[in-house]
Design a protein around this ligand. Structure first.
Ligand SMILES: *[C@@H]1O[C@H](CO)[C@@H](O)[C@H](O)[C@H]1NC(C)=O
Length: 500
């Protein structure tokens, strides 16, 4: 034995680890391994704000944590990241503002979270280091606490800012109009709640969500406290904090023993409560009172009063990826109720192991799957192939779309393939360029959100069914339709296709 433990003196240990660290830094600096996030795709500058607010305390499930004895599913505060269109002029690419580091802070919390998730909590320094090496140079574009796009500015933009005097009259008229709207109780910007995947975080989708915001939508990405993420900190109004780590079944205690499906049901119910609270927060921001108290430490808070009378509370959607897509579809079950006033949903790769999918949906839905998700089929909770289960649900909805973006993989809608393109390409085997994939997802999503407002179909949504059988069609070549950025989509179901 060359390296007996006795010989691993602290000094030797330091030497080896720092040599290892230097080696990694050397490799990473040689390889252009990380890329900056691209600019958002829409016409507006994007404002970004982390908000945490107190909500009515409730316990979603009675399970406790073995380690602390505390309630595992107690909802105390809601944490979201808001992405919204701003009235600030679009900066040129070289002067692109950045809102904050892409990695949530502190990085060590997330590193420890992923180490626990991987079942090797002792190696948390390795995870923290890897995250730091790959993610620390990445920033999220946007302006923290920027003023929200105002109704007046939208008019100015459309009428042309050159006619100064006329513009002023227009904005005065718009202001009067605003007074009217105030009475009606809603503004013009549609809203979306977005829920992340298993082991994901609210910031893992910055490009997708920021781009939707840049098209004129107020998007709230929820940071779930259901124990599905790597780690998150709850900030209580009295200044106390509580860390929520990734929860595994073995870590929980309950009066009646929990199964894996019970844990998922508890987490999905927790998420549903957080989605409902997010919509209540939209309503509170729109009403302007009581003023939202932001519990996030060091968070700026000038922009929020500007949200008064700006949000269209009749135009709220819910979207999600993977576990979050399963959660979004669950939330759609009570769409239109007081607790869940949503009028449509977007599901990206609805989970294959996140629990059964809700089949009772009667608002429009867009389900987009990655190539990987569609090609690799698994049986789904005793109901047959996952693909067929999803298709049946979409076909039972009055206005539902189900489609696959060819050549993409499960993480293709996240920021990961933009930040570490070749690592992700190697790991996931995607054939579609990662920027193109995201642009396709964004344009199709925005097209769907516009359809909800105008009733007009654009882009891929105009297409009929190209391949109803998906991965089970083996004989003829599988027909596809080209998206706005040249990628191939397979359309499996469109409104009306189920009834024939
Ligand atoms: C709010 O959204 C609804 C539903 O799309 C739409 O009918 C209404 O015109 C919108 N209101 C405003 C003020 O934009």
């Amino acid at each position: 034995m060359v390296f007996r433990l006795g010989r691993l003196t602290p000094r030797r240990f330091l030497f080896f680890t720092s040599a290892g660290a230097l080696f990694f830094i050397f490799i990473f600096s040689l390889t252009p391994i990380t890329s900056p996030l691209p600019p958002y795709t829409g016409p507006h500058e994007v404002g970004i704000l982390d908000v945490e607010t107190q909500v009515q305390k409730r316990v979603i499930h009675d399970a406790t944590l073995k380690s602390t004895g505390g309630k595992a599913f107690e909802l105390n505060t809601l944490a979201i990241t808001l992405y919204y269109p701003s009235s600030l002029p679009l900066a040129s690419p070289s002067k692109r503002p950045w809102a904050r580091p892409w990695l949530p802070q502190p990085v060590s919390l997330i590193g420890e979270g992923y180490a626990r998730l991987a079942g090797v909590p002792r190696l948390s320094f390795v995870f923290t280091f890897a995250l730091w090496a790959l993610g620390s140079s990445t920033v999220i574009p946007g302006v923290v606490d920027a003023p929200i796009l105002s109704g007046a500015e939208k008019v100015l933009g459309e009428e042309g800012a050159a006619v100064g005097g006329f513009g002023k009259i227009m904005s005065a008229a718009e202001q009067e109009h605003q007074e009217l709207k105030r009475d009606e109780g809603f503004g013009t910007l549609p809203c979306m709640v977005f829920t992340h995947g298993m082991a994901g975080m609210s910031q893992s989708y910055a490009h997708y969500l920021g781009s939707i915001a840049s098209h004129g939508y107020v998007v709230a990405a929820v940071e779930h406290r259901d124990g599905s993420g790597p780690g998150t900190i709850i900030h209580y109004p009295d200044g106390k904090e509580r860390k929520v780590w990734h929860m595994k079944l073995e870590a929980l205690e309950s009066t009646s023993p929990m199964t894996d499906l019970d844990l998922k049901a508890a987490q999905l119910n927790f998420r549903e409560a957080e989605i409902s609270e997010t919509i209540k927060l939209f309503a509170q921001l729109n009403a302007g009172e009581p003023p939202v108290v932001n519990l996030k430490p060091h968070s700026l808070r000038n922009a929020l009063p500007g949200f008064q009378n700006r949000l269209n509370l009749s135009a709220v959607t819910v979207g999600g990826h993977s576990y979050g897509a399963t959660g979004a579809m669950q939330a759609l079950k009570s769409a239109g109720s007081k607790e869940m006033p949503v009028y449509g949903g977007i599901a990206l790769d609805p989970g294959k192991g996140s629990g059964p999918l809700n089949e009772d949906i009667d608002v429009p839905i867009l389900v987009m799957q990655s190539g990987e998700w569609t090609e690799k089929q698994t049986k789904f909770y005793g109901k047959g192939w996952h693909f067929n289960v999803v298709k049946k649900i979409v076909e039972s909805v009055r206005e539902g779309w189900f489609m696959t973006l060819s050549g993409s993989a499960h993480p293709s809608c996240t920021d990961a393939p933009l930040i570490v393109p070749w690592i992700m390409k190697m790991v996931t085997g995607t054939t579609l360029n990662s920027k193109v994939a995201l642009h396709e997802y964004i344009d199709t999503s925005v097209g769907f959100l516009e359809y909800l407002q105008t009733g007009q179909k654009k882009g891929v949504l105009e297409s009929g069914v190209t391949n109803a059988e998906g991965p089970f069609k083996h004989d003829d070549p599988r027909e596809k339709v080209q998206g706005p950025h040249g990628a191939d989509w397979e359309i499996h179901a469109v409104p009306g296709s189920g009834s024939t």
